[in-house]
Design a protein around this ligand. Structure first.
Ligand SMILES: Nc1nc2c(c(=O)[nH]1)N[C@H]1C(S)=C(S)[C@@H](COP(=O)(O)O)O[C@H]1N2
Ligand SMILES: [Mo]
Length: 312
C-alpha cells in the first residue's frame, strides 16, 4: 500500500491528487468525452471560495488519501435516498443563503448566517479518517473549524450536558424524506464534553473546495472516532440541553446503533464483524482501530462510564 505522509514543507493534502483519482478522471474523459461533468460542477447556490487557512497536522492519519472522486460520489445521505449514489440529486442542495441556529442552555444563543460564521471561526484544514458502521472507511482533507471554537463562543451553561445537531429538512430537493417511516429531521447528538474535544470538527470544505451537497453542504459535523452516522450533514440547528437527545439511527434500531457509537473492532455489530474495514477507492481491507485510531485524544472522556454502551 502507498502511504502518503506529508512533511511540514510539502504542499497541503488538498493539492495532492491521489494517483487513483487522476487515473479515474482520465479514464472517464477518454470514455465519455469533455461533456462529462463531475457532480461538483453542477452544485446549486453560488458559494464564495473558502478563505485562507492553515493546516493542522496534529491529527494526521498516516493513511493514504481516498481519491476525491470516491469521497464525493459514494455517500450515505438518507434525505436523498438510501443508495450510495445520491451525489447528483444532492447537488441540488441550496447552499446559500444558509443559517445555523445555536440555542438552548447557552449564555449567547445566536442565529448565524453561514458566511458570518465562517468569518468568525478559526479555519484550518485537517485530514481525518471516517469509518462508517457498515464497514467502509475513507481518509480525506476537510476544511472547517474546531467545534470547540463555536462552543466557546456561545458559552454553554453548567446545566447543559448534551448537544444535538439537526440536519436540514428540505422536501423540495430531498426525495428521501418521502420515506416517512424514518424519524425526520435527521438528528444526532453528543455530550458537551465531546463537543469541546479538539477532534470534533465542523467541516465547510473537502479537498479545498466548499462542501458539495453529497458530503453535507454547506456545513456538517465530524466526530472521527465515532461511526460515521454520528457525523450529521447540512446542519441548521445546534441545541444545548440537559437531557440526552433522541438520535436518528438509535431511534430506528437501538439494538444496532448506540448513542455513543465509538469505533471498536472488538465489538461486532449484531449482524456483522467490525474487525476490519474496506477503504473506498482502493477496496483494500485493513484492520479497524479502537476509537478509529484516535484513542490518545478521546479515550480519557469515557473513563468511569463503564455502565454505558460505548461501542455500538
Ligand atoms: N443528515 C444526514 N447526515 C448523515 C447521514 C444521513 O443520512 N443524513 N449519513 C451518515 C452516515 S451513515 C455516514 S457514514 C456519513 C457519510 O459521510 P460522507 O458521505 O461524507 O462520507 O454521513 C453521516 N451523516
Ligand atoms: Mo455510515
Amino acid at each position: 500500500m502507498h502511504i502518503y505522509r506529508r512533511r511540514g514543507w510539502e504542499i497541503p493534502d488538498h493539492q495532492v491528487t491521489p494517483r487513483e483519482a487522476v487515473l479515474g478522471r482520465r479514464a472517464i474523459m477518454v470514455a465519455a468525452g469533455a461533456a462529462m461533468a463531475l457532480p461538483a460542477a453542477a452544485q446549486s447556490g453560488a458559494v464564495p471560495p473558502l478563505p485562507a487557512h492553515s493546516r493542522n497536522e496534529r491529527f494526521s492519519p498516516g493513511r493514504a488519501l481516498t481519491p476525491e472522486r470516491d469521497a464525493t460520489t459514494y455517500n450515505n445521505f438518507y434525505e436523498f435516498g438510501s443508495s450510495k449514489s445520491i451525489a447528483r440529486d444532492a447537488a441540488r442542495m441550496p447552499r446559500r443563503p444558509w443559517t445555523v441556529k445555536v440555542e438552548g442552555l447557552v449564555e449567547n444563543p445566536r442565529e448565524f448566517d453561514i458566511d458570518d460564521l465562517i468569518r468568525l471561526m478559526p479555519l484550518e484544514e485537517r485530514t481525518l479518517r471516517l469509518r462508517c458502521v457498515e464497514g467502509w472507511g475513507m481518509t480525506v482533507p476537510w476544511t472547517g473549524f474546531p467545534l470547540a471554537a463555536l462552543v466557546n463562543l456561545v458559552k454553554p451553561l453548567a446545566s447543559a450536558k448534551f448537544v444535538s445537531f439537526v440536519s436540514a429538512q428540505l422536501p423540495a430537493v430531498m426525495p428521501g424524506l418521502r420515506q416517512s417511516w424514518y424519524p425526520w429531521p435527521h438528528m444526532e447528538g453528543c455530550s458537551v464534553a465531546e463537543a469541546g474535544n479538539p477532534l470534533s470538527f465542523m467541516a465547510l470544505g473537502l479537498y479545498g473546495q466548499p462542501l458539495a451537497g453529497a458530503n453535507g453542504a454547506p456545513v456538517r459535523v465530524l466526530f472521527p472516532w465515532k461511526y460515521g452516522f454520528k457525523s450529521g450533514k447540512s446542519i441548521v440547528r445546534i441545541v444545548f440541553q440537559e437531557a440526552r437527545p433522541p438520535t436518528f439511527w438509535n431511534t430506528i434500531q437501538p439494538q444496532e446503533y448506540g448513542f455513543w457509537a465509538n469505533v471498536n473492532p472488538a465489538v461486532p455489530h449484531p449482524r456483522w464483524s467490525q474487525a476490519t474495514e474496506r477503504l473506498i477507492g482502493s477496496n483494500e481491507r485493513v484492520p479497524t482501530q479502537l476509537f478509529n485510531g484516535y484513542g490518545e485524544f478521546v479515550a480519557a472522556m469515557y473513563e468511569g462510564m463503564q455502565g454505558e454502551q460505548l461501542y455500538l
